[in-house]
Design a protein around this ligand. Structure first.
Ligand SMILES: O=CCCCC(=O)O
Length: 488
């Protein structure tokens, strides 16, 4: 339940229905589901629980709006995004409160996400007017090649609970810029932030039907028919590899273009020549951003034996000093995990490592009391047989392994089916380049604990996904290429 007048107001102000063709409506049979505050386990409010018919109505609205939206001037599309960027920025405090209430992260983290999220709109507002093609004379000298890039058509966007706003803007921004309409299904744990965003986009002038929001607890039943309906032309998903694989199978029926931002298992390599204080600072960010609930979170720390004890001691001190509590409270740095299952899975991974011989340097135990809290935890002497050496932790736990040769660190770092991001700390430029080249990941944080940047191509290798979001290639995911062979 909201605990203050302000909390009540930000929740009351959000639309709680489905947004289809610009109209807000209840779900069929008026079904709703509750949105929980993970710091108390209490229900904050109810939102519409869509049925498969509601999902199809949203698709119909997106399909109907597509031709006019594709024909809208690029400048108009860009200016809507720019206005939305400004509105998000102006209202950051209220959006942050909403996000903290439904997801749990501290207010400062919510505000940082809002800045990051808004940047996707600013970035793609600038890209909307730069969609270009190609023109050339055939090698033979006769005939011409005209290459044009056109909106792919209605998109289905499925977004996760961990970055409720940024994962929305990273998909919605390029779709709007490219001239695509869309149906978006936010995570049922955090639907309020996307509903708020939809209100902002309407205020910024987005025409009815371009963005349709379907909130539901029955994702498979409601989204399945959309994925296999020929009117959707693109599926973009951020979430687990397991669900991504299922979606890819469904998407193969209509041979949909897909973007998949899936799981990670990021290694964080600290070489003997690294600046240990910098590495600890980077580790705090790579591990504790979003309470560790990020696909980019450092999952395995490989630290050279020469600096391992110094690094572990300093990291333990920083982690142990963090203030844990409800994200809305002043000074809190670590909120609750998003739900009981998530917290229990983290605890299970820690218990497994400890049983196999890991030493708990700080944390390691679920606190008593309400909410889904788990303390910042550092584990040393972790055996490679521990489950958390292979599985994504998605929580505030830093397992530390040691190495003595660069080759050993790279082998261990790459020994995973994932390949989203790797972090590397070294002061030696040539080692930095050589090792970055050998890391099997779509992104490398070199002497920095965060890679997220609206102007850079975010995405993974191997089972971490397909496609890129952000950067100058981000818009390509929403465009089709057409080549016209000209007999001139
Ligand atoms: O869980 C992964 C979300 C991506 C976070 C980011 O963009 O930094």
């Amino acid at each position: 339940m909201p605990e203050t007048e302000r909390e009540r107001r930000v929740i009351d102000e959000v639309t709680k229905g489905l947004i289809i063709g610009g109209a807000v409506r209840d779900a069929t049979e008026q079904k709703t589901f509750g949105v929980e505050d993970p710091s108390t386990g209490q229900i904050l409010c109810d939102v519409a629980d869509a049925s498969p018919e509601d999902g199809m109505a949203a698709l119909e609205a997106a399909h109907t709006a597509q031709p006019d939206w594709a024909a809208a001037a690029p400048r108009e599309r860009g200016e809507i995004l720019r206005r939305a960027f400004e509105l998000i920025t102006e209202r950051a405090d209220d959006i942050a409160m909403l996000m903290t209430l439904e997801m749990g992260k501290p207010l400062a983290e919510s505000k940082a996400e809002i800045t990051y999220a808004a940047e996707f709109f600013r970035w793609f507002s600038e890209e909307a007017v730069r969609i270009s093609g190609e023109w050339k004379v055939n090698a033979t000298g006769s005939g011409r090649v005209l290459v044009m890039r056109q909106p792919i058509g209605p998109c289905l966007l499925i977004t996760p609970w961990n970055f409720p706003l940024a994962m929305g803007t990273r998909k919605i921004g390029p779709a709007i810029a490219a001239g695509c309409t869309m149906v978006i299904k936010p995570a049922s744990l955090t639907p309020l932030t996307i509903l708020k965003l939809a209100d902002i986009l309407a205020e910024a002038g987005l025409p009815d039907g371009v963005l349709n929001v379907v909130t539901t607890k029955s994702t498979g039943k409601v989204m399945g028919p959309l994925i296999t309906d020929g009117r959707i032309r693109k599926l973009s998903f951020t979430g687990s590899t397991e669900i991504g694989q299922k979606l890819l199978q469904q998407a193969s029926e209509q041979v949909l273009k897909t973007s998949m931002e899936l799981g990670g298992n990021a290694p964080f390599v600290v070489c003997a020549d690294a600046d240990v204080d910098d590495a600890v600072q980077g580790a705090m960010l790579a591990k504790m951003r979003n309470i560790g609930e990020a696909c980019t979170a450092a999952n395995r720390f490989y630290v050279h034996a020469d600096v391992a004890e110094e690094f572990t001691k300093k990291l333990t001190e920083r982690m142990g000093d963090m203030k844990v509590g409800r994200g809305t409270e002043e000074g809190v740095e670590v909120g609750p995990l998003v739900e009981a299952d998530q917290r229990d899975k983290v605890a299970e991974l820690v218990d497994d490592a400890v049983q196999k011989g890991a030493t708990v340097r700080t944390g390691g135990r679920i606190p008593s009391g309400q909410g889904y809290f788990y303390p910042p935890t550092v584990l040393s002497d972790v055996p490679t047989s521990a489950r958390l050496a292979k599985e994504e932790i998605f929580g505030p736990v830093a397992p530390i392994f040691t190495f003595t040769e660069d080759d050993e660190a790279i082998r261990a770092a790459n020994d995973t089916e994932f390949g989203l991001v790797s972090y590397l700390y070294t002061k030696d430029l040539s080692r930095a380049i050589r090792l970055s080249e050998r890391l099997e990941a779509g992104m490398v944080g070199l002497n920095q604990g965060m890679v997220s940047n609206a102007g850079a191509p975010f995405g993974g290798w191997k089972q971490s996904g397909l496609g890129r979001e952000g950067g100058s290639v981000g818009i390509d995911e929403y465009l089709e290429i057409k080549y016209v062979a000209m007999n001139v």
